[in-house]
Design a protein around this ligand. Structure first.
Ligand code: ADP
Ligand code: ZN
Ligand code: MG
Length: 485
């Protein structure tokens, strides 16, 4: 098999992604059933989401507002008068025989997602964002046990976010997905849990000879259930298409299923065309009209977006780009960082300690920043103890761990356990003098030029003071004493 890097010397990938995000509304898209994950099968269904004859759908206002928030956040044009359409197809998890979606009149058109790629900012343009409903879920029994269908997911609101074919590599696709997920999380409109299936991505991919402007024939890949899976699926498909074309063949327009276990794609079906779905406006639903009020409300509920926050963290706090990227990756992290600074910590210290010690403690507990037991005010207090030289960095780390299991402040723990460094010069001078007195041979060798013995003396003073002497003060006192000053 050819490898990706040689393929990329001659071929340019063209990628467009279709992301489905379940909106975390209280109820479903067109009925009053609750929108919850993990409930007993078929416990949240009604005539409307089951598509029983005579039941009438009504669009969920919260879902429309969530989609508006997203559209505004990515700079889409909002269509104030859009329409729902029926997308007709048969599948066991779709009792109605059609899915309510939007077709030629989507709620949002255009816009872009700003990603960070290879150290630079880049805009991936969007085609559209539309509202639709999810289908149910088939549960395939083991050992030929048949297939059961759970309709709880039927009618759960989705936004479908379609990108223009402007993504040029699997890595860039992953970066786009990461950013999109972040935006959905910042806006608090989707739980973004790929394992629970509330964020899903179909990838469209074609390749063309480098320098060519026309697009090649694309395939569509489904069933990747992680961002890494999307990246790997795309890599393998790029290589496969290049082998087909290099061998004089033609890429067929098919839908592929990614098999994560085997790391390869399998053909699911030949591609269906839009006309196969017999789209037509849903006669049961009035057109979706967005009032000026609703728009204004969505506008005023917008928060600072990840890329804006990233830039601000760099300029306002002087953070390194990589640190700003991680600190803004989740709202909770960003909020914690800023609160720590507000509580009096130096931004650079706060960043270092959050990205270092705090995150590793969180990882050990498999928790999240939301459950981190040390609140920003106590955290800032600890950082001050370290910058003020009251405790060393190493002691500071152990104090932080103690703080995680009680409500004491750093100062209280330091006091209670007598952890403060000795920075009192007279006490330290005594210790230094004693060390010199106890080690006359080393002192003599030091004074006749063996300066490397400095470390030996530092260690001896540290030992004599139980590791609590302030290193900076000690170093100064020791230098003076050794030089005979
Ligand atoms: P379809 O009619 O197959 O649904 P669309 O034009 O609706 O195709 O596009 C679906 C997705 O495929 C979009 O994300 C779009 O950017 C992407 N896409 C379109 N043409 C190509 C291509 N030649 N190569 C890769 N992706 C493409
Ligand atoms: Zn229902
Ligand atoms: Mg399409």
């Amino acid at each position: 098999m050819s490898d990706l890097s040689t393929v990329l010397e001659r071929w340019e990938p063209v990628i467009g992604l279709e992301v489905h995000a379940q909106l975390s509304t209280k109820t479903k898209m067109f009925c009053g059933c609750r929108n919850v994950y993990g409930a007993p099968p078929n416990s949240h269904t009604c005539p409307t989401c089951l598509g029983l004859p005579g039941a009438l759908p009504v669009a969920n206002e919260q879902a429309v507002n969530y989609a508006l928030k997203l559209g505004l956040a990515v700079g889409s044009e909002i269509t104030t008068f859009s329409r729902f359409a029926r997308k007709n197809y048969f599948y066991p998890d779709l009792t109605k025989g059609y899915q309510i979606s939007q077709y030629d009149e989507p709620l949002c058109s255009g816009g872009a997602v700003t990603i960070r790629w290879e150290g630079a900012s880049r805009e991936i343009p969007l085609t559209r964002i539309h509202l639709e409903e999810d289908a149910g879920k088939s549960i395939h029994g083991e050992n030929g046990d048949g297939t059961k269908v759970d309709f709880n997911r039927c009618g759960v609101p989705l936004v479908e976010i379609v990108s223009e074919p402007e993504i040029r590599s699997p890595g860039e696709a992953k970066s786009y997905l990461t950013r999109l997920k972040q935006i959905l999380e910042y806006l608090e409109i989707c739980d973004c849990n790929m394992e629970e299936g509330n964020l899903r991505c179909d990838a469209n991919i074609s390749i063309r000879p480098k320098g060519e402007t026309e697009f090649g024939v694309k395939t569509e890949m489904k069933n990747m259930n992680s961002f890494r899976g999307v990246e790997r699926g795309l890599m393998s498909e790029i290589v496969r298409q290049a082998e087909v074309l290099d061998g004089g063949g033609e890429v067929r327009q098919v839908t592929l299923l990614w098999n994560e276990a085997e790391q390869k794609a399998e053909v699911m079906r030949s591609k269906e065309e839009a006309h196969d779905y017999r789209y037509f406006p849903d006669p049961d639903l009035v057109p979706l009209s967005v009032s000026e009020d609703a728009l204004e409300q969505a506008r005023s509920s917008l928060v600072e977006l990840p890329d804006e926050r990233e830039k601000r963290f760099i300029t306002q706090y002087g953070l390194k780009e990589d640190d700003a990227v991680i600190l803004t990756s989740e709202t909770s992290l960003a909020v914690y960082f800023e609160a720590t600074v507000t509580e009096g910590a130096e931004a650079s210290d706060a960043a270092k300690w959050i990205l270092g010690e705090a995150l590793s403690m969180i990882k050990e507990e498999e928790g999240s920043m939301d459950s981190f037991p040390v609140a920003p005010d106590r955290f800032a207090g600890l950082l001050r103890s370290v910058t003020d030289g009251i405790v060393s960095v190493a002691t500071g780390k152990s104090v932080l761990r103690k703080m995680a299991s009680n409500d004491l402040t750093a100062a209280e723990i330091i006091e209670e356990e007598g952890l403060a460094q000795l920075s009192d010069e007279s006490a330290l001078s005594d210790a230094v003098a004693k060390v010199l007195e106890d080690n006359p041979d080393e002192l003599e060798r030091y004074r006749s030029g063996k300066k490397a013995l400095f470390g030996f003396f530092m260690g001896a003073v540290m030992k004599a003071t139980g590791g609590k002497s302030d290193p900076k003060v000690t170093r100064q006192l020791l230098t003076d004493a050794l030089e005979g000053k």
